[in-house]
Ligand binder design. Structure first.
Ligand SMILES: Cc1cc2nc3c(=O)[nH]c(=O)nc-3n(C[C@H](O)[C@H](O)[C@H](O)COP(=O)(O)O)c2cc1C
Length: 305
């Protein structure tokens, strides 16, 4: 019965065997996880945000567990786009699953230089533009519709690959930013990035993160993310990738009912590296049990009475 269920998903031209992706920054460069899970079983992997030059990131501690989530202030610690091209992307061509490169820059010019450096590089299925990192300086593209649209327009000019705009939940109306990204040329929207937050050690009276503030992810943000995915998927015509606190197949299905065509698993990878694979199986079982023949049949079918 299970074999008859079609999980294949075409995300703005990225052909995936199922809709479950690994979220940026939580799956390394894929290789670390290859010894722990069968990467071919997940729909796609999104790499850690890459910048023009290598970055050391923020001072430690950079990760703090909270009762229902994870606070991180990594600060886009990464090897830089040239090392990514030379050391990581060649090996990832054999990953057996689409590889999406996530890019970040302090300003439009830096984003454009990163995308130029990736031009004609083989083995990239798509680009995710990180408009929304809460832990670094630079222009807050995800909080300004005009800036977001301008950034997408500039990246679009240099990029023939499917382009996904990744949004921040820290806005008054996320649909305005999503629409601006669509107008700027994005092929898909992904949301949400972590939510700006902090925690304090009452004994030392010091912040628990070296950077003082960070981004909250995990189950604590899931209901916020589901609502925003629901709003954005009604506001734009392009597909939406939902993420934020997905720990189980049931969580992933919630996002899909709310309108997400695909989902991404982040924090859960640190708890159980097999989460994404287990979610793929769980979605298949849910579809079979409920008489659906294709995963596309549950996208956006929320009965919002
Ligand atoms: C340790 C850590 C590092 C992250 N690094 C990035 C990053 O480099 N670029 C990015 O776009 N998102 C990054 N994220 C955000 C995740 O991709 C995701 O949007 C967010 O954590 C919400 O999903 P989750 O609750 O399943 O983790 C990071 C998240 C965590 C926990």
């Amino acid at each position: 019965m299970r074999e008859s269920v079609d999980l294949t998903t075409n995300l703005a031209g990225i052909r995936m065997r199922n809709p479950v992706m690994a979220a940026s920054g939580t799956f390394g460069y894929g290789e670390e996880y290859a010894s722990l899970i069968d990467v071919k079983k997940i729909g796609a992997i999104v790499l850690k945000s890459v910048t023009l030059k290598p970055r050391d990131g923020n001072v430690p501690p950079r990760l703090v567990e909270t009762p229902a989530g994870l606070l991180n202030a990594i600060g886009i610690h990464n090897i830089g786009v040239e090392a990514l091209k030379a050391e990581k992307l060649p090996g990832l061509r054999d990953a057996g699953t689409p590889v999406i490169v996530n890019i970040w820059g302090e300003n439009v010019n830096e984003f454009v230089k990163v995308i130029e450096a990736l031009e004609d590089v083989e083995g990239i299925a798509g680009i995710e533009v990180n408009l929304s990192c809460p832990n670094v300086g630079g222009t807050l593209f995800a909080q300004d519709a005009a800036a977001a649209e301008g950034l997408l327009e500039n990246v679009r000019k240099k990029c023939a690959l499917p382009l996904i705009a990744k949004l921040s939940p820290q806005v008054t109306d996320i649909t305005l930013i999503a629409k601006a990204c669509e107008d700027g040329g994005a092929d898909a929207i992904s949301l949400i990035n972590s939510f700006p937050a902090m925690a304090i050690d009452v004994e030392t009276k010091r912040p628990l993160l070296g950077n003082v503030t960070g981004g909250l992810s995990g189950p604590a943000i899931k209901p916020i993310a589901v609502k925003m995915v629901w709003e954005v998927s009604k506001a734009v015509k392009i597909p939406v990738v939902g993420m934020g606190g997905i720990m189980s197949a049931s969580d992933a299905i919630e996002f899909m009912l709310a309108g997400a065509k695909a989902v991404a698993v982040g924090t859960a990878n640190f708890v159980n590296p097999r989460t994404a694979e287990e979610i793929v199986n769980g979605i298949g079982n849910y579809l079979a049990k409920n008489g659906f023949s294709s995963v596309s049949q549950i996208v956006g079918v929320l009965d919002a009475r």
